[in-house]
Structure formats: C-alpha cells, structure tokens
Design a protein around this ligand. Structure first.
Ligand SMILES: [Zn+2]
Ligand SMILES: [Zn+2]
Length: 243
C-alpha cells in the first residue's frame, strides 16, 4: 500500500529497495523514507548535500527510527552518510524503538525530543510498548525540541512547531524554504492522529491541526509518521476529519 503510492510533490523519484523509499526533492535536498516495524512507521533520513562547487560530505538527520531499523542503517552504511542528530516527532514506541541501534553505530550524536516526553523513552507504560507485549526502553534524549526553535541542517533552516494532541510532546519539523513538514502522527493522508491513547487530547489535536498545520502554505508537503505523503491543500480539500 504505502510503497505503491506516488508521492505528490518535489519531482519525486521512488526507489524500492528493501523497504526504503527514496524521494528526490532537489539537487541538494533529499528525503529518504523507510517503513519500519509492525506498525509500518515511517522513519526518515533527511539529507542535505553540499552546494554545487563546494566540497565536503552531505549532512543528515535520522528522524523517528522505529522498530527494526536495519534497512535505514544499511542505507547509512552504503551511502557513508553520518547523521548529525536523531530527532523524534514524539516518543511512542513505534517511533523510538530503534534509537539505541542508531546510537550503536553513531555513538554520542544528540537525541532530540520535546521535554514533555523525555521520561517516555525509558518507560514502556508511557511509550505504550507495554501494551503490545514487548517493552521498549531506549537511551533518554540528550536535548530538547521546543516551539519556534530553529534548527539548521547543511545550511537549510528548520523550525520546530509544537503540535500536541496525539501525544503531549508531539512536534512538527517545518522547513519553510523547501515547503516541507514532517508531522509525526498528528496528520495523515485523509486521516488524523489517534487521540484515544493515555496522554492524548482530541481537542488539543484539532487545535494543532487547524491552528498550526493548516496555517502553513497550501503547497507544503506533509510527511507523516505512517502512510503516504500529502499536502496541506489536499488535506484541506479531502480530509473527512477537517470538515
Ligand atoms: Zn504515535
Ligand atoms: Zn506512530
């Protein structure tokens, strides 16, 4: 299902290699998606190559390394990419389960998540893994993601947007110049995040979607934590939960 869909924007090229999807977005900017684990969670490797005429290696982040991240690690090994940080949209087990395996290969890189969920990394009840019978406990974050925080990857600027509701510390990673937002489990193609988990709040979720995400430019590409990508405009038109 996920692998068969066309991604809607950014002159996309798809490559089907061992569960990874490769999205060519611009000459210097690439997003690689990996559908990981039993929950088919999207992990992303965001890569920024040096500008033309410049030398040096590409910079990259690993975002939401979930369960069984071997395809993502193999990709990093094959390409020689060395992540500068691991970023988490939120700390549900299906998004954090692979953190220690990435740190096993790239020790000492920062692990960034919203402060409200730092406790969740080592608490299987909070990260919900207790309920699926395989408790997940991984290294705690070393840094925080907070509203309006600016992040830079290879000279490209990102802004952190707090988008709580699915979980209290859910964040969106927004890149205004590339018109891209990595939204975790807040918004999906034709759907929205679940708000019936412990720590979820349906009213807060709708506020995050309507007052934060839906204020982004309509042609902003949305890369969710599960399923295919979409755009703000498409969700405005088609998403049955936003009417
Ligand atoms: Zn979640
Ligand atoms: Zn999820």
């Amino acid at each position: 299902m996920f692998l068969g869909k066309m991604f809607p924007s950014h002159n996309v090229t798809l490559h089907f290699t061992a569960g990874s999807i490769w999205l060519r977005m611009a000459s210097t900017f690439k997003l690689h998606a990996f559908e990981l684990g039993r929950c088919q969670t999207n992990a992303y490797v965001l890569e920024v190559a040096p500008n033309q005429g410049q030398t040096g290696a590409s910079a990259c982040w690993v975002i939401d390394p979930g369960e069984s991240p071997q395809p993502l690690l193999k990709f990093l090994r094959d390409t020689g990419l060395k992540p500068e940080a691991i970023l988490l949209t939120h700390a549900h087990a299906d998004h954090i389960a692979g953190v220690d395996q990435v740190l096993g290969v790239f020790p000492n890189i920062p692990v960034l998540a919203h402060a409200r969920e730092h406790d969740w990394f080592q608490d299987p009840q909070l990260n919900l893994s207790l309920f699926i019978g395989e408790p997940v406990s991984v290294c705690a974050p070393t840094g925080t993601l907070a509203h309006a925080q600016k992040l830079s990857l290879g000279g490209i600027q990102f802004q952190v947007l707090e988008t709580p509701g699915h979980s209290p510390g859910s964040v969106t990673l927004h890149c205004p110049s590339e018109k891209l937002a990595i939204v975790g489990d807040t918004l999906f193609q034709n759907s929205i995040g679940r708000s019936d988990f412990p720590g979820s709040d349906p009213d807060v979720l709708m506020h995050s979607i309507n007052e934060v995400l839906m204020t982004l430019p309509g042609d902003t590409a949305i890369y969710p934590g599960h399923g295919p990508s979409t755009t703000i405009d498409k969700e405005r038109r088609n998403n049955p939960f936003l009417r």
